[in-house]
Design a protein around this ligand. Structure first.
Ligand code: CAA
Length: 285
C-alpha cells in the first residue's frame, strides 16, 4: 500500500476528536467510532465549534461544513469493515486492557495491510502490537493536545514495525500539516520522558510551599518562555493522565519519576484539572 485515503479513528474524546478533525481538514475521509452515543454527539459538536473558530480566524480556508462532510460517526467497531480504511488510529483512554481489546477485535475485522496506530502517550507500542497479527503494520502516533493547534506528532516504531510503514505514517502525519519526531519504544517516549519530570517537580515544589501555584507557573512561563506554566499545563493535560504517565515512567526508570504526593492527593480528591472543573486551579466552565 502506498497511500492513505481513509482513516478510522477509535475514541471520541478530546484527542480522538482532534485527530478526526485534522485528518478531515487535510482531505482524508474519516470514520470516528465511539461506543457511547453521547460521546459521538459531543464529538460532532466540538469538532464543528473548533472548525468554525479556525475558519473565522482565517486559519483554514474551507468552510467548516465542507470539512464536516468528510467525517462519519458510528458506535460499532464493525462499521470499520464497510468503510475499508487504509489506517486506523486508536485514541481511547490510557487503559492498556481496553486498547488491547480494541486492537484484537479490529485485527480480525480489517485487512492485514491496514495500518494500526495508537495515540498512546506512554504504553509500549511493541506490547500493544503483540495483541494483533500485524506487528509490521503497527506504529505509535502520538498527537499533542490540543491537536488542531499543536504542530507535533511523535511517531514510535515498535520492535516489528516495518520501515515502509514508518515512512507512510510519517507522510500521513505530514499531510495533516504536522512535523514528526521519531522515538524508540521506551516508556514515555521522548515528549513525556522530558516533560513529566518538570510537571512532577512543580507539584513537589507546590507541596513544599516553595512558592504559590501562581508564582511557580508565572516563574516558568515568563522565566523560561513557555506558553503556560507546568501546573496550568498539568490541569490542561488532566491530573489523572499525568499521574498515570508518571506511573509508567516510574515503573521503567525508578525513583526519579516517583509522583509527588500532592499530585496523587488531587487525583484521589477527583480534582482532575480543567475537565472536572477543578485541579490546581478552579474553572468555571
Ligand atoms: N480548536 C480551535 N481553537 C482552539 C482550540 C481548538 N481545539 N483550542 C483552543 N482554541 C482557541 C482558543 O479558544 C483561543 O481562541 P480565542 O483567541 O478566540 O480566545 C485560541 O485558540 C488561542 O488560545 P489562547 O489565547 O488561550 O492561548 P494561546 O494562543 O497561547 O494558545 C495553546 C493556546 C496552543 C493551547 C498554548 O497555550 C499552548 O501551546 N499551550 C501548551 C500546550 C501543550 O504544551 N500541549 C502539549 C501537552 S503534552 C501532550 O499533549 C502530550 C501528552 O501525552 C500529555
Amino acid at each position: 500500500m502506498n497511500e492513505v485515503k481513509k482513516i478510522v479513528v477509535v475514541g471520541g474524546g478530546q484527542m480522538g476528536c482532534g485527530i478526526a478533525q485534522v485528518a478531515a481538514q487535510s482531505n482524508f475521509a474519516v470514520l470516528l467510532i465511539d461506543s457511547q452515543e453521547e460521546a459521538l454527539a459531543r464529538a460532532e459538536s466540538n469538532i464543528s465549534k473548533s472548525l468554525n473558530k479556525l475558519h473565522e480566524k482565517g486559519k483554514i480556508k474551507e468552510e467548516a461544513s465542507t470539512i464536516l462532510e468528510r467525517i462519519s460517526y458510528d458506535k460499532s467497531l464493525k462499521s470499520a469493515v464497510a468503510f475499508a480504511p487504509q489506517m486506523m488510529i486508536e485514541a481511547v483512554s490510557e487503559n492498556e486492557a481496553l486498547k488491547t481489546k480494541i486492537f484484537f477485535e479490529l485485527d480480525s475485522l480489517l485487512p492485514k495491510d491496514c495500518i494500526f496506530c495508537s495515540n498512546t502517550s506512554s504504553i509500549s507500542i511493541t506490547r500493544l502490537a503483540a495483541s494483533t497479527k500485524r506487528p509490521e503494520n503497527f506504529m505509535g502516533m502520538h498527537f499533542m493536545n490540543p491537536v488542531p493547534l499543536m504542530p507535533l506528532v511523535e511517531i514510535i516504531e515498535g520492535l516489528g514495525t516495518s520501515k515502509e510503514v514508518s515512512k507512510l505514517v510519517r507522510a500521513t502525519a505530514e499531510k495533516m500539516g504536522k512535523t514528526c519526531v521519531l522515538s524508540k519504544d521506551r516508556a514515555g517516549f521522548i515528549i513525556n520522558r522530558v516533560l513529566m519530570p518538570m510537571i512532577n517537580e512543580a507539584f513537589w515544589a507546590l507541596g513544599e510551599e516553595l512558592g504559590t501555584a501562581e508564582d511557580i507557573d508565572a516563574g516558568m512561563k515568563l522565566g523560561t518562555n513557555q506558553p503556560m506554566g507546568p501546573l496550568t499545563l498539568a490541569d490542561f493535560i488532566g491530573l489523572d493522565t499525568t499521574l498515570s504517565i508518571l506511573g509508567v515512567l516510574q515503573e521503567s526508570y525508578g525513583e526519579k519519576f516517583r509522583p509527588a504526593p500532592l499530585l496523587r492527593q488531587y487525583v484521589e480528591a477527583g480534582w482532575l484539572g480543567r475537565k472536572s472543573g477543578r485541579g490546581v486551579y478552579e474553572y468555571n466552565s
